[in-house]
Design a binder for this molecule. Sequence first.
Ligand code: SAH
Ligand code: SF4
Ligand code: F3S
Length: 431
Amino acid sequence: MKKFKILTYGCQMNVADSERMAAQLKKIGYNSTDDFDDADLILINTCCVRESAEDRVYGKIGELKHLKRKNPKLIIGIAGCMAQKEGENLIRRAPHIDFILGTGRLNQLINIVQSFENDLIANHIVEISNVDDGFSPIADFNNNSVSSFIPIMYGCNNFCTYCIVPHVRGRERSRKPQEIISEVETAVNNGVKEITLLGQNVNSYSYGFADLLKKIDSIKNLCRLRFMTSHPKDLSDDLIKTIRDGKNICEHIHLPVQYGSDKILKKMNRIYTVEKYRQLVKKIRAEIPNVSLTTDLIVGFPGETDEDFNQTLDFIREIKFDAAYTFIYSRRSGTPAAEFEDQVDESLKHERLKKLMDVQNEISLEINEKLNGKIFEILTEGVSKTDENIFTGRTRTNKLILFKHRDEKVGDLINVKIIQPQTWILKGERI
Ligand code: SAH
Ligand code: SF4
Ligand code: F3S
């Protein structure tokens, strides 16, 4: 039996794509392995959203060279966003790569692998045509996972000036509701309990996102329904009410604000103002009082002054996000912001990132401390990475809970009482 190893970088969209590629490979007789040395096929699914993501991939590609020397029959493929962006360049830089598979071409994977197996190919294959070959194949859900990511749309039309995603994922296209619903049903029938619907901006789902959520919420035996990401420019009242009234729709919204000054938001092409965002949060909290809100923030965007940065600090102190993913602006060639003249000095970017994280950590801790003594239903996820006696699970609001393991199994819904809240996790005990 031949074996494959897929290594995934980047966002949940890539995780979903990797599962789909794995399903394709299983169809042609491959089994998954965790061991690189044991694999007949290695696939790296890549991200290029920041330079640091690309650096990690280049490092990994370098490490694979000696495996190819040991086993010349080994097939090495690079898929995902960086494959789409770099194409041929990757092979020029690392000739031990056999094929490049762009983001819209997942359906070609079987053909490509088979042509290498049949020695039909003397050289390399680069498959990055911009033409989308239809939607990616569906994943197979026979891997005992409790949680699954299901893409409802691909691509992005927003063109935030810093962002490479629209350039490597193409224009927005939505999957048909019926196709998504039947995929969710298949997943649930295979034991999946939690579904996260994915799109770069789910609010622009062509067939109505709130409607889709309602339909999926009524699927029997699904315990939890999540989604990401929502763009603040077009999160509808209908969606807020749907979350409020939903049965299994979790009370957590990831709502990237990116920045807290109008001047920078405008230069980022985010379409909303600080005030519009503030009003949106007010409305969400009025309708869904126990909602948790998380966000993404970028520091060091071109033209950022101390005053802009301080406005951002003030804004996160005002909004009080449950958590924030904070990034240093990374110049992506091909995007408008890469050409802006007033780039911020690297050391200043790092200084600001640290300040931003310090402020946010204080807020996260303050919010979590208020949960002390409270009881939550959590969906258990498994043994903690650092301690085998500890189990982890998440609240509907997406807070990570750690508790002493007794006889719980992965995927159990249990009640825990919070006994020790911390910044990133909360310790609890089963009741
Ligand atoms: N579609 C999603 C985000 C996808 S990228 C959305 O609009 O929210 C995930 C996050 O990476 C973004 O929210 C942004 O904060 C960050 N990001 C994107 N491009 C970046 C860049 N050039 N430098 C630093 N961070 C970036
Ligand atoms: Fe990038 Fe903006 Fe699209 Fe999100 S909405 S993927 S940040 S261009
Ligand atoms: Fe995701 Fe990275 Fe691509 S964030 S969409 S894998 S560039």
